[in-house]
Design a protein around this ligand. Sequence first.
Ligand code: FAD
Length: 360
Amino acid sequence: MPESPSVLVVGAGLAGLVAATELHAAGVSVCVWEAHSRVGGRCRSPAVGPDEVRLDLGAAWHWEEHERVRTLADRLGIERVRQHEPGVAVQEWARDEPVEPFEWPETPPPSWRLVEGTQALHERLAARLPDAALCLRHRLQALRHTGPAVQATAQTPDGPRATSVDAVVLAVPPRLAGHTLQFEPALPDALSSALRGTTTWMSPSAKAAVTYDRPFWREQGLAGRVRSAAGPVHDWHDATTPDGHAALVGFMHPPGPDSPTPSDSGEQRAALVRQLVHCFGEAAGAPTGVATADWRHDPATTPPTGPKPGPHAPPDPAPILQRPQWEGRLHVAAAETATEHPGYLDGAIEAGRRAALTLA
Ligand SMILES: Cc1cc2nc3c(=O)[nH]c(=O)nc-3n(C[C@H](O)[C@H](O)[C@H](O)COP(=O)(O)OP(=O)(O)OC[C@H]3O[C@@H](n4cnc5c(N)ncnc54)[C@H](O)[C@@H]3O)c2cc1C
């Protein structure tokens, strides 16, 4: 490897952007190819409702032990807020039965959100890169190891693009890489099956976010927390901002034939509001904004074709995923490859740093 290698980072999720910014800060020539027209990966924090409250339709929380997230947010000047838990939670058993208030059986471990949403981490990191270093709508298709270099080809809106670099950081979900990318020469069987066999944390999930003109549930002594067996959302949480913009976010049953969540977006919105009225009363009938995301249909998270993944479980990364391949020219660095908190934001930071430290 040359003393100052040129590095292609694939994926502008947290792992990729941590790797890219740390390499850039170390003087390495770096370029990021991202399939989508936005940075953020599994963090998407759209501005919802007339007050444009940024709410997390992907990753939202970090916990005490996720020190890397806390430190990075502080360094990037992003304010954190403790998840609101005080008050009484609500259990919804069935649509036609009254809901039951209940006290939490135990205090949940404290968690925090980022006031601007987790996508803000990515936006601030991307702003630290030279403009030309971030290439959006570049979907990597193939990597070819030629000996002294790696040749990469991507699909872009202007047609195919090829480049030759000293090393590649593959910061995309391993299962997606294993099922959708071409490698020449073929990867060793052990690595190939480790990529394909690593679950992509939370990828079978769907989320909903709703804004209101005031957090009326707090006025009723409620926490904004719902556990539901009826759906569409099975787990609502209070996402009200510190300056009082009222919001709830929750995990939906992904739409499908046997799901309580309709597929049509209009019907979905009506079903969400119906559920909230059932849980909180008529005050919930007039949301100011609604947004949803279904991660099963993001082709840059979940392979669009190929076998269905097995039961969803936290990733348990095979050590081979943490070792550079192709004589140190290929590094796999997604959250799922971390040694601590694999699959989580904290793990993404660890994985991105590991690749950057090896290459800088
Ligand atoms: C609904 C949901 C809720 C979650 N909740 C939490 C939470 O509360 N706390 C927590 O810590 N974690 C949570 N997670 C997990 C968290 O989102 C991930 O750990 C983290 O975002 C992963 O970062 P990453 O950079 O490894 O991968 P990703 O964020 O997946 O980034 C990969 C990037 O690669 C791009 N890409 C893919 N293929 C290609 C290609 N061929 N060419 C170019 N680019 C490509 C993608 O578009 C994406 O931008 C949640 C995830 C989801 C989906």
